[in-house]
Design a protein around this ligand. Structure first.
Ligand code: FES
Ligand code: FES
Length: 344
């Protein structure tokens, strides 16, 4: 667990020791403006400011940035020099695909601030650590030279916001509150009366029994422990995790985190039941953060399809359970993806 300041906001991130800062910014903070090209310090696409100085975020462990101030391209929205650079890049056609642009902007801003009016040869030398695959250097250099020659006046730096003091967790096993950058809302119609559905949804063991791939291994008060297994063809991931459970009036939430090898997941499911003409309506809000190889699945349309498929299987299982029948339990991501593709 580390605390740092990102774009003026205190952030608390739960990130494995070997995660580099670029991944932590993208996966942990949802700041995808920081691009990753070579991951070996050559291309400069991942350049961010660390304590005000340009740094390769692929060469820094996130833990090395603990306690520091990090500024990504998103944090330069209101910056006077970055604003002038954006306009100049546009005027001089200084981007094509734009992949290098966030890193170029961060370096260009540093050149303008540090050197002021400089000739194009010096700008090319300073830009040696930022590669543009589209080879749009001519426009990039001209844009920087123009801004450098008319360096805008900078407002005084905003005071640094400190990360809040972190209280020791009451229960070492319970997931601490960190930001979850992804969120999906979903509704599922249940063909069972509201109270019959609530009898299942108010009991974590019965929920786990209806959720394909899930198994509950411990339930003590608000603390849950369990596993979640999903398969994609021959690949199978089994997350073992802990969570916290809370219930209200026909509503509840589970927040937890788990790990399977290099994959780590943290998530929260909030749900509430409302009456519907044919039975009940299950309203679900799913928030999560996924790191590791499985994070490749964070394509919004595909994920929405997977969530809808999983929620549909859960709902059908809940209806079976309400009728006293056994639920279908194995979760095949491939079957859900196939259904999603054919559905489209
Ligand atoms: S991704 Fe960091 S320098 Fe290329
Ligand atoms: S504009 Fe495409 S990599 Fe630079």
């Amino acid at each position: 667990m580390i605390t740092l300041t990102v774009n003026g906001e205190a952030r608390r991130l739960d990130t494995p020791a070997r995660t580099h800062l670029a991944d932590a910014l993208r996966d942990g903070c949802g700041l995808t403006g920081t691009h990753i090209g070579c991951e070996q310090g050559v291309c400069g696409a991942c350049t961010v400011l660390v304590d005000g100085k340009p740094a390769r975020s692929c060469l820094l462990y996130a833990h090395e940035a603990a306690g520091k101030t990090v500024t990504t391209i998103e944090g330069l929205d209101d910056d006077a020099v970055a604003e002038a650079l954006r306009a100049a890049f546009s005027r001089h056609h200084a981007l094509q695909c734009g992949y290098c642009t966030p890193g170029m902007m961060v370096t260009a801003r540093d050149i303008v601030l540090r050197l002021g009016a400089v000739d194009e040869e010096r700008i090319r030398e300073e830009l040696a650590g930022n590669l543009c695959r589209c080879t749009g250097y001519r426009g990039i250099v001209r844009a920087i030279a123009e801004v450098a020659a008319n360096r805008p006046v900078l407002p005084a730096a905003a005071p640094r916001r400190e990360a809040p003091a972190v209280a020791a967790p009451v229960l070492a096993t319970v997931a601490p509150a960190v930001e979850l950058p992804n969120r999906i809302e979903h509704q599922e119609a249940l063909a069972v009366p509201l109270e019959a559905a609530w009898a299942i949804l108010s009991d974590p063991a019965r929920i786990a029994a209806c959720l394909p791939g899930a198994a509950l291994t411990r339930h003590e008060g608000a603390v849950l422990e369990g596993t979640f297994t999903a398969s994609l063809g021959p690949i199978s991931a089994s997350f073992a995790g802990v969570g916290e459970w809370a219930v209200g009036d026909h509503a509840g939430s589970v927040r937890g985190r788990g790990r399977d090898g290099a994959n780590a997941a943290e998530g929260q499911v909030e749900f509430h039941l409302t009456p519907a003409p044919e039975g009940a309506l299950l309203n679900v809000v799913l928030s999560w953060r996924l790191t590791g190889p499985l994070a490749q699945f964070s394509r919004p349309a595909l994920l929405r399809g997977l969530v809808a498929g999983l929620a549909g299987q859960f709902a059908r299982n809940l209806e079976r359970a309400a009728r006293g029948e056994a639920p279908a339990k194995r979760l095949s991501l491939w079957a859900l993806i196939r259904a999603w593709i054919f559905g489209r």
